[in-house]
Design a protein around this ligand. Structure first.
Ligand code: FEO
Length: 391
């Protein structure tokens, strides 16, 4: 691995994971994911977060190479989720005198996960500072971005924010590590998918974190996933601010579950009606084909949603039920919505979709359309009003 210098005495020590299929064993990783760790090789040395265990077989060799026989003095744990923390046990074997800097909530998890005792732990409080020599670190507690113990570390000297999950992204760093070395159009989708899938549920806490960071000069953002923002960190901040305020673009996501094709025809029909009225951002997804992860990301992006399901054992289709479950967890807000469904002998799809949508407190813009059997223009007349209203 070539040495990648972030700033004075700060070295990038991340890695790409192209093997893992599902992040948290739930969210697909077709483009992989990067885990970022940073070594500050100052008078006192500090590692900022670690990596997923086994993701980089020469991680310890690299740390030892850069330290050149010196001790690793500190490990800063911004977040205890194992994609950043699961190398702690092995680090402690190599550096038994290592001091782990984190907050008290993290300590309970460190104890539970890795048996870390008080001899290796030093609590840091909100706003507390330590000096490594040239670099002066301060700690900003940002609970629930993404777990309750989450915090960020700010280097007051070079104005670097080590933000952990915040401003992170799915997708590997394929040669380009910094925002000025990559084509961001790829990462914008992967970053929003990461935000909506992992962090979005805690959007109000992201806004609280922003309030805390108000007035902090940030020249660089070093997250624990995805690109390092050295040229334009304000772009990452702007995107996170927009997503956490639930601000969306004009456009319609139509997600359907169809067993025999009739509900799909309904989806295509209403999509066409909307397109004829001039809307260009229309995305139609079959929930049995496209993983909920990607549909949630598109729903986060666009203002309006139309959901349709066939009846299945007197409820909605199980794949639509999965999408609805994930939506109820991550909870995108300020959406316009409409619903449709089909059935063979009795209903259930639309009925259960309606119960779900009412709980989401979205803005219902039109009456639903439901039909028995195969569609025809008469049965689908209600879509004309739906298309007008959703626009
Ligand atoms: Fe990247 Fe919440 O872990």
């Amino acid at each position: 691995m070539k040495k990648i210098v972030i700033s004075n005495k700060v070295i990038y020590l991340g890695t790409n994971d192209r093997k893992k299929r599902l992040f948290e064993n739930n969210w697909p990783l077709p483009n992989g994911v990067a885990y970022n760790s940073y070594l500050i090789n100052d008078e006192k040395s500090a590692l900022i977060d670690t990596l997923e265990f086994g993701s980089k077989d020469d991680y310890l060799d690299e740390i030892r190479k850069y330290l050149d026989g010196r001790q690793l003095d500190y490990l800063v744990v911004n977040h205890m989720e194992p994609d950043h923390a699961s190398m702690i046990g092995i680090l402690l074997k190599f550096y038994p005198k290592l001091t782990i800097l984190s907050n008290i909530k993290a300590f309970k998890m460190l104890e539970a996960y890795y048996g870390v005792g008080t001899e290796n732990f030093q609590e840091v409080k909100d706003g507390e500072e330590i000096s490594l020599g040239y670099h002066k670190l301060s700690f900003i507690l940002t609970p629930w971005v993404h777990w309750p113990e989450t915090m960020m570390t700010y280097d007051k000297t070079d104005k670097i924010l080590f933000s952990c999950d915040a401003f992170g992204s799915f997708g590997t760093l394929d040669g380009g590590i910094f925002d000025d070395e990559i084509n961001f159009s790829f990462f914008e989708d992967e970053m929003r998918r990461y935000y909506s899938n992992i962090v979005g549920k805690y959007s109000n806490m992201v806004q609280k974190a922003f309030a805390k960071l108000q007035g902090t000069e940030i020249k660089m953002i070093c997250p624990s996933h995805g690109p390092v923002w050295r040229e334009n960190p304000s772009k990452a901040i702007e995107l996170y601010d927009r997503w956490s305020r639930h601000q969306s673009e004009d456009g319609v996501v139509i997600a359907f579950a169809s067993m025999y094709g009739n509900t799909e025809k309904m989806a295509d029909y209403v999509a066409r009606l909307i397109a004829e009225r001039g809307v260009k951002n229309i995305r139609v997804y079959d929930v049995s084909k496209t993983n909920a992860s990607f549909i949630i990301s598109e729903i986060w992006k666009y203002k309006s949603i139309i959901l349709g399901s066939c009846a299945y054992n007197t409820g909605m289709h199980p794949m639509m039920e999965h999408l609805c479950h994930e939506l109820s967890v991550v909870s995108p807000k300020d959406k316009n919505y409409a619903l449709f469904g089909s059935y063979s002998w009795t209903g259930g799809g639309l009925k259960t979709l309606t119960a779900f949508a009412e709980k989401m407190s979205w803005n219902k813009v039109s009456e639903p359309v439901e039909l028995m059997g195969s569609p025809n223009p008469e049965k689908m007349e209600g879509f004309i009003t739906m298309a007008k209203n959703i626009i």
